[in-house]
Design a protein around this ligand. Structure first.
Ligand code: CS2
Length: 520
């Protein structure tokens, strides 16, 4: 039986809202709640039971977490009949999702869209929602609760405050400075972990395992290094204790998820038979989660489709260099062509041919994938990108490009240059990214980047070759190029062509015969 923990609160919120709107509470559309679960249509899968305890603390309660790990944890708890793994989900900045979830007993709907169909499931694995900036208990104290056995993170690569080039803690970052000055009230995920471990060590407790679920290379190893480094700036003994006692397995996640749109709310309400959910999540049915083996108690995630392996390196490179890098390609080049979503861009045959060529001829040869497997993966990816029900918008996919360039694109590009292989698609990706900083009225891609100001200034340089040079010299974004003149020449030429001939002609010119033939 699900215990309607917050039903009283949900009722109060509804009647307050009704009073404010001057209508009777009975006429307000019923909201998803523990009490209303029994009224859902049979086509909607419901949580089998309420978690009995909170065993996981999750940082980053975004759409991805809710469509991936929270859903899998529900399946794992059900499969193993093990209700200990409720999740305390922390929103790191905006309170919107926390407000929405609290008013509906932390329940929400996942809509997994495949062509015209959807699998609809209400998720009940989140037991508490927390808004980090206003939480009175504080995230570190929550983490130090002995019931917490696992801490997971989806805070995006930017949330780790790492230098994209060295992969180490970026001590020039303002938020890191704050956490060095005020260690008891940290604002970064890394600072929260350090403080949490400090509290656990002080009471002689066993630390939770920390699993990063963000798209960066060696996410666990990098997070561990950042946590140990930050701790060591203040307390060498604490740093040593963390290094000796805490496991940070690397993990690779995959599922294309879109944040809730107003259309989702209507779709969810329809599926839920008129009951309203203000925090539904839409995603594709495809999902993987590959986690390095670790010791300790955990949900039976493998029963929900996760894989445990000794080393995730090959999975990680393949995921970042194929899916995530192609998303960047489609976002920047497609955005320049005026497409608003990945689905729109990948339904353009020329851009789909470019993405295919990029994956098969540039990224693929740098990966440990057999040719048949690479072909299969690429076919699958193009199909996934084209899913018309997933609105993956360019601004979201293209944000923070300067943090993503090295791990997803430049690392493979450098290997290709060293091996003497051409890199026309990666060159276009970089040129289109540079163009996204130019002042263009009506541009679909809104720039979100920690270096936006200086990059916008560089993008104003009228000469394409010099403009390319100003960007490519940024070692804090690109590291060091094996053949800087070649890269500058090629990116400069692409910039000139984009301006002169438009996207389609510029892309077509770079398609090799085999891929050119696939364009209608
Ligand atoms: C996307 C990812 O925004 C991005 O960087 O490439 O969110 C992508 O959709 C997921 O990694 C898919 O697993």
């Amino acid at each position: 039986m699900r215990v309607p923990l917050q039903t009283a609160l949900a009722k109060k919120i509804r009647s307050d809202a009704a009073r404010a709107a001057g209508i009777s509470a009975d006429r307000v559309i019923p909201r998803l709640s523990a009490e209303n679960l029994a009224r859902l249509p049979e086509t909607v899968v419901r949580p089998g039971f309420a978690p009995e305890s909170t065993g996981i603390l999750h940082l980053g309660c975004g759409a991805f977490h809710r469509a991936h790990q929270a859903l899998l944890t529900q399946h794992a708890m059900t499969a193993a009949n093990d209700p200990r793994w409720g999740i305390a989900a922390v929103a790191m900045s905006r309170p919107t999702v926390v407000d929405a979830l609290r008013a509906q007993d932390n329940l929400y709907t996942t809509l997994l869209h495949d062509d015209d169909d959807a699998q609809v499931e209400v998720v009940g694995s989140i037991t508490e929602t927390v808004h980090a900036p206003t939480d009175r208990i504080g995230v570190p104290a929550r983490m130090a609760d002995p019931r917490i056995k696992i801490v997971t993170l989806t805070v995006t690569a930017t949330g780790y405050c790492l230098s994209p080039v060295t992969g180490r803690l970026d001590i020039a970052c303002e938020a890191v400075h704050h956490d060095i000055r005020c260690p008891a009230t940290p604002i970064t995920p890394v600072g929260m972990l350090v403080r949490g471990f400090e509290l656990i060590r002080a009471r002689g407790g066993t630390p939770p395992v920390v699993i990063s679920c963000d798209n960066l290379c060696e996410n666990g190893r990098k997070l561990r290094a950042a946590v140990v480094e930050l701790a060591g700036l203040r307390d060498e003994a604490l740093a040593g204790w963390i290094a000796r006692n805490v496991q940070f397995p690397n993990s690779v996640v995959d599922r294309i998820v879109q944040p809730s749109t107003p259309a989702d709310l209507a779709v969810a309400r329809n599926w839920l038979g008129g009951i309203e959910d203000l925090a539904p999540v839409s995603a594709e049915p495809f999902m993987t989660w590959t986690i390095e083996n670790f010791d300790g108690e955990r949900p039976l995630w493998e029963a929900a489709g996760a894989h445990f392996v000794d080393d995730v390196t090959d999975y990680e490179l393949a995921k970042l260099r194929l899916l995530n890098a192609s998303h960047m390609l489609l976002a920047y080049v497609g955005g320049l062509a005026g497409y608003r979503t990945i689905a729109e861009a990948s339904n353009d045959d020329t851009l789909a041919a470019l993405a295919r060529q990029f994956m098969l001829r540039e990224q693929g040869p740098t990966l440990a994938l057999a040719p048949a497997e690479l072909d299969r993966t690429v076919d699958g990816l193009i199909r996934r990108f084209r899913n018309p029900a997933i609105c993956h918008d360019m601004t979201r996919v293209g944000r923070n490009g300067s943090d993503k360039m090295v791990p997803r694109v430049v690392s493979a590009m450098c290997e290709n240059i060293a091996a003497g292989r051409p890199t026309p698609a990666a060159t276009l990706l970089i040129a289109a990214w540079i163009q996204s900083f130019a002042d263009r009225p009506g541009a679909v891609l809104e720039v979100i980047d920690q270096h936006a100001e200086s990059l916008k200034a560089a993008a104003a340089e009228p000469d394409p070759q010099r403009r390319a040079g100003k960007f490519l010299r940024r070692t804090d974004i690109f590291g060091t190029w094996p053949d800087p003149d070649r890269v500058r020449r090629e990116v400069g030429a692409a910039l000139a062509e984009f301006g002169r001939d438009g996207v389609d002609a510029t892309v077509r010119r770079r398609l090799t015969t085999e891929f050119e033939r696939s364009v209608a």
